[in-house]
Design a protein around this ligand. Structure first.
Ligand SMILES: O=C(O)CCC(=O)C(=O)O
Ligand SMILES: [Fe+2]
Length: 312
C-alpha cells in the first residue's frame, strides 16, 4: 500500500469502528458466506508445485517466481531429502522439549543463550522479538482452548544456531540458495529472520488471515511429514494476495464488531484454502498479503517447521 491508500484505509477503518457491536453466530455465518463468494480458485496442489529434482536451477527459479507472483504461492518439492529432514526434525524436537521442560510453569527463564517465555511475559511484539539480542522461545498461550494454545514459536533461529551448530546446514539451505533466489527474483523484500514453529496438539489455531497489507513473504520448510488435515498443515488461498478490494471489504466488515480477534482475520471456510499436505523436506513460499493460516490439529498430532521471513 502507498501512503495515500494507507490514509484512506485508516479513515475508513476508524469510521467503521465507530459503533461496534458484538458479533453473533448469525452475523458470523453471514461473513463466511459473503467471503466465500469471492474466493473460488483451483485447489489442485500440482498447479502450484515445482519439483526441484526435475528441472535445472534456472528453470526452477523462473517457474517458481512466476507462480509466486501470479498465485501468491509456490510449493518446492524435494528441496531437502525426506529422511534428512525427518532426522533434523527429530533432533530439533528433542531440543525443543528440553527447553519446554526448562521453562516449566514459570512465566519466563533467561539463560546465557536464550530467553524462554510463556505468552509475552518478558518481550512482546513481532519486531521486538526479532530484534532481541538472544533467541526468544515463546509458548504463545497455555490453554488448549485458547487461540494458538500450546504453540511453540522460536524467534531468532539464526542466533539459536550459534549455541546449536548442528543446525547450521539446514539453516543455510533455507537461508541461502534456491529459496532466496526465488524471492529476490519476485520482489525487493529483504530476508529478515527465521523462526521455528512446533505445534503439538494445537487444537485451536488463529483463523485464516493476512499478516500485513504491505509486501512480505514467508518460506515454510516442513521438518515433519504432514499427511492429513489433522496434522495441522499450512493453508493458503491461491491468488488472494491480489484481491485487494475483497480483502479491504473483509477488514471493514470485521471493524464493525468489537469481539473479533484481529481485523486481518478473514472469515472463510478452510475448504477454500489449499492445505500443504506434504512430506518433510518440502518448502512452501507464500506472499503474506494473501490469505493463509494453520489448520487446527487433532490430539496426538504434531508439526515442526522452519519459517524464514522477508519484508522491508
Ligand atoms: O502455523 C501456520 O501454519 C500458519 C502460521 C502463520 O500464519 C504465519 O506464519 O504467518
Ligand atoms: Fe500468518
Amino acid at each position: 500500500m502507498n501512503w495515500l491508500e494507507k490514509r484512506v484505509y485508516k479513515v475508513r477503518r476508524r469510521l467503521a469502528e465507530k459503533n461496534q457491536i458484538p458479533i453473533t453466530e448469525e452475523l458470523w455465518k453471514d461473513l463466511y458466506k459473503k467471503n466465500s463468494e469471492w474466493f473460488k480458485v483451483d485447489l489442485n496442489p500440482d498447479s502450484y508445485s515445482v519439483d526441484v529434482l526435475v528441472q535445472n536451477e534456472e528453470q526452477t527459479i523462473a517457474k517458481a517466481s512466476r507462480l509466486l507472483r501470479e498465485k501468491g504461492l509456490v510449493i518446492l518439492k524435494n528441496i531437502v531429502p525426506n529422511e534428512k529432514a525427518l532426522t533434523i526434525g527429530k533432533n530439533l524436537k528433542e531440543d525443543i522439549l528440553k527447553l519446554l521442560a526448562e521453562l516449566g510453569n514459570q512465566p519466563f527463564v533467561e539463560t546465557e543463550h536464550i530467553l524462554l517465555q510463556m505468552g509475552n511475559s518478558k518481550i512482546d511484539g513481532y519486531r521486538a522479538l526479532a530484534a532481541y539480542s538472544k533467541p526468544v522461545a515463546t509458548v504463545r498461550r497455555k490453554g488448549k482452548d485458547e487461540i494458538d494454545g500450546g504453540m511453540f514459536d522460536l524467534f531468532g533461529f539464526d542466533k539459536f544456531i550459534e549455541s546449536h551448530p548442528a543446525y547450521q546446514e539446514i539453516y543455510s539451505i533455507q537461508k541461502r540458495g534456491l529459496v532466496n533466489k526465488i524471492v529476490q527474483k519476485t520482489s525487493d523484500v529483504k530476508q529478515r529472520q527465521m523462526n521455528v514453529y512446533y505445534n503439538n496438539e494445537v487444537l485451536k489455531t488463529r483463523h485464516l488471515h493476512v499478516d500485513s497489507v504491505d509486501e512480505s513473504y514467508k518460506s515454510f520448510l516442513y521438518l515433519t511429514d504432514v499427511n492429513t488435515l489433522d496434522d495441522g498443515p499450512y493453508m493458503f488461498v491461491p491468488e488472494s494476495h491480489n484481491r485487494r478490494k475483497e480483502l479491504f471489504k473483509s477488514f471493514m466488515a470485521n471493524a464493525r464488531y468489537n469481539n473479533i480477534y484481529n481485523i486481518q482475520d478473514i472469515y472463510l471456510p478452510y475448504d477454500k484454502a489449499l492445505p500443504l499436505i506434504a512430506p518433510a523436506g518440502t518448502i512452501a513460499i507464500s506472499n503474506q498479503k494473501g490469505i493463509h493460516g494453520g489448520h487446527p490439529q487433532k490430539p496426538n498430532h504434531e508439526r515442526l517447521l522452519m519459517v524464514d521471513s522477508y519484508y522491508n
